[in-house]
Design a protein around this ligand. Structure first.
Ligand code: C2E
Ligand code: CA
Ligand code: CA
Length: 439
């Protein structure tokens, strides 16, 4: 009896140490043991490892609180277990990371079927504590092969596949192959370079004039556009690194640098020129914009009315409360808000009604067709009159010819930007040295 009791006690201790208290799934410690056993037995019983990472879990945890986050994790665990065979093992490795060891049907297509099924199931809404929660999952899979011979290599391979799945926009699965090493290496190097660039003064701002069409193309301010002066690759345009910065979160320090530099450089000028700074949706979703702007205004001494924040409508789409709060805070500071690239996305008119917007930038694609496509002209005309009716300022982007400029002026568009009036140029070319107090 005593021996039986001791055994039971030992089993309890073992289970406590090897099970995750919240989801009752085996934990990381159990995973480390079991994966080694599977690697040894792989010849007779091949298996696949899937690493599963939840998308947007952190945001939900932050928004709804930890109790809801915990319930969601339990629901995820239950859904994962229900989606696999009894012979497969689901683990919770920690946080919002899960793993699956799949033993049956591991031919590579079988593995992909399971991985895709997991992605699909995780994208379906979870009903938790009266909330309808939308998350998703990225999955990276790998099996034992000649170049992935052991448990350490297997984990690394699945991790690489997961990293690529995530960087390809999340909600997808990837299975490891040898070429992935090269692709990930390149990306990681770029990410690392960008991190160093933000710290090491490799970024610079170019300024493009904004002009009043109804006042003889008088310049009233500038849009700040970031560039990366890479030591080997030369000047890199933002199109080549902003997305990477957004995916890696580096957009936060990058955006802060841009905001501070733009405010400082403009504040050093005696005239009343305005400056427009592009702020990414990711910065708004992180909730850091209002404080960042306030810091930059205080540090530079720039009057808030001289600063304009350019936003894109993609961030308005979901009606995110955090985004709305920050827009309201910016407005309260006296900063202007411009809606960028209007006409390309959903262009929902409700945004114009609902959000505190001061000006609307009409996308270059419409301006480019002015004079050649009557429909594009009709659209520009309609946007201009609607925007004016709402007491906002219409700004035409990408004006390249005098004909476009005249056409826009005739349509009542008051502001414009484009190569016709000036290309983006470094501060030293726009403002003579004696006018620049900034070193
Ligand atoms: P955007 O905000 O729509 O900026 C206008 C882009 O159009 C700029 O490209 C500008 O150089 C270009 N452009 C201006 N006038 C003309 C024209 O007449 N013709 C043509 N063909 N192009 C013209 P750029 O500098 O390469 O920037 C690309 C995008 O990168 C920007 O589009 C903006 O979305 C983003 N970006 C730039 N700087 C920042 C930044 O500091 N933060 C963030 N989050 N995004 C930035
Ligand atoms: Ca812009
Ligand atoms: Ca634009």
């Amino acid at each position: 009896r005593v021996v039986a009791q001791q055994r039971r006690h030992l089993r309890q201790v073992f289970e406590l140490a090897h099970n995750d208290a919240l989801t009752k799934l085996p934990n990381r410690l159990a995973f480390q043991k079991i994966i080694k056993e599977h690697v040894s037995a792989n010849e007779t019983q091949p298996f696949l490892l899937h690493l599963i990472d939840l998308d947007r879990f952190k945001a939900i945890n932050d928004t709804f609180g930890h109790p809801v986050g915990d319930l969601l994790l339990s629901a995820v665990a239950a859904r994962l277990k229900a989606a696999v065979r009894p012979t497969d093992i689901v683990f919770r490795l920690g946080g919002d990371e899960f793993a699956l060891i799949q033993t049956g049907g591991t031919a590579s297509d079988g593995g992909q079927i399971v991985a895709r099924r997991i992605c699909r199931l995780m994208a379906e809404p979870f009903e938790v504590a009266g909330h309808r929660l939308l998350i998703g999952a990225s999955v990276g899979s790998a099996g034992i092969t000649a170049d992935v011979p052991d448990a350490i290599g297997l984990l690394k391979a699945a991790d690489i596949a997961l990293y690529l799945a995530k960087s390809e926009g999340r909600g997808t699965s990837r299975e490891y192959n040898a070429e992935m090493n090269v692709a990930v290496g390149r990306r990681l190097r770029l990410e690392n370079d960008l991190r160093l660039a933000i710290e090491g003064e490799q970024l610079e701002l170019h300024y493009q004039p904004k002009v009043r069409l109804d006042q003889g193309a008088r310049t009233t301010g500038y849009e700040a556009l970031v560039r990366w002066r890479h030591p080997e690759r030369g000047l890199i345009p933002p199109g080549d690194f902003i997305l990477l910065a957004e995916e890696t979160g580096l957009i936060v320090p990058l955006g802060e640098w841009v905001m501070q530099r733009a405010c400082r450089e403009l504040a050093a000028r005696a005239d009343a020129m305005t400056v427009a700074v592009n702020v990414s949706a990711v910065q708004f979703k992180r909730g850091v914009v209002a404080e960042m702007v306030q810091r930059a205004l205080i540090l530079s001494g720039l009057h808030p009315s001289r600063l304009e924040v350019e936003i894109t409508e993609s961030m308005l789409m979901k009606g995110d409360a955090l985004v709305e709060e920050q827009l309201a805070a910016l407005r309260a500071l006296g900063v202007h808000i411009a809606l960028d690239d209007f006409g390309t996305g959903y262009s929902s008119l409700s945004y114009l009604e609902r959000y505190p917007i001061d000006s609307v930038k009409i996308d270059r694609s419409f301006v480019a067709k002015l004079g050649t496509a009557p429909r594009a002209a009709a659209i520009v005309k309609a946007i201009v009159s609607l925007v004016c009716e709402l007491d906002m300022v219409p700004v035409a982007e990408g004006v390249e010819t005098p004909e476009q400029s005249a056409h826009l002026e005739a349509l009542g568009c008051t502001m414009a930007q484009g190569y016709l009036f000036g290309r983006p140029k470094p501060a030293c070319e726009i403002w003579p040295a004696e006018e620049r107090a900034v070193a």
